[in-house]
Design a protein around this ligand. Sequence first.
Ligand SMILES: [Fe+2]
Ligand SMILES: [Fe+2]
Length: 165
Amino acid sequence: MASKKLISKLNDQIGLEQAASQVYLGMAIWCEGKSLGGAAAFFYAQSDEERSHMMKVLKYVNGSGGTAAVGSSDAPSVKFASLKAAVKSGLESEKKVTASVQRITTLALAEKDYESFNFLQWFVDEQAEEEQKFQSILDKFELLGEGGRALYSIDKLMGRMAAEE
Ligand SMILES: [Fe+2]
Ligand SMILES: [Fe+2]
């Protein structure tokens, strides 16, 4: 059994994962419209992944004496200045999710709720991976720039990343 306070924070996390899933869907739609097939595949996969995170927290809440709350999700933006801008905003959103996971993990520990603490470890690891993934794409932009050839190879790279997931 998790405390009411922790359940409430986990329910907020469900909302964050759900929102992230929507945001990535918007990015995928924009990429597909720009014929960036690799990047579109990357963001579609990312959107699915966020939904699976949402489900993971949802199931945990329901299994811990709580009732999962699914929020209403706003329509995502489907306009971005560039692929680099989309990736950058993805990284920023991941950092916010990481901060939230850290806050909930700290609360679980303070409440001596070791079961929830253990559950949250998976998300701590996952967020480190997610940030690293987005950072590695941004590093490529820094290295190659945003010209046609750079965009072509980064799009290919993102497609490979999606296929490896
Ligand atoms: Fe997530
Ligand atoms: Fe994520």
